[in-house]
Design a protein around this ligand. Sequence first.
Ligand code: SF4
Length: 187
Amino acid sequence: MDFNELNGKIKSCTNCRLHKSRINSITGEGNYNAEIMIIAQAPGETEDREGKMFIGPSGIIFDRLLQNAEIQRDNIYITNLIKCYLPKCRRPSKNEIEQCSAYLDQEIEIIDPQIIVTLGFHATRYIFKKYKLNRPPKNEYKNLFGKQSYVKNKIIFPVRHPTALLFNPDKEELLQENYNKIMKLLP
Ligand code: SF4
């Protein structure tokens, strides 16, 4: 399957109830030959309305973190675990993750990145499960942020989601340190 076909399927997907409330399902964006793939949780309200990834308030923070880490958005591939807006930015359900993650699996297969950066709890938990890495109790996932794991031919690198800074701006230095590490992980 190529990206034309995959993105067409995502755009017209009705596999879970989120299709009823979304305006746009959001496909991944960026470089299809990227060595770095970043996986966020789900589109926000602005992204849902405009049909693009990371353009709302957390997108502004995300761009700043990338820029300071000298990562060009054009050189990486960014996507979401869940492709449709979760009303009131609620957590994704088990069923929604099960239904939607098949698209993410296909993106990983096509891009075959060297580094997978997961943003926040849900994307991290999904990728840890996919690659059969040890998963800690929910309240200990924060201990994984900023630490790399090696699996097959990939590095898995969880960091906090940029949205965290909307609620805890004092964590910016910590997040920036983690984002700065991403480029250094490349072989
Ligand atoms: S969230 Fe995923 S599975 Fe659900 S309708 Fe959107 S694209 Fe389909």
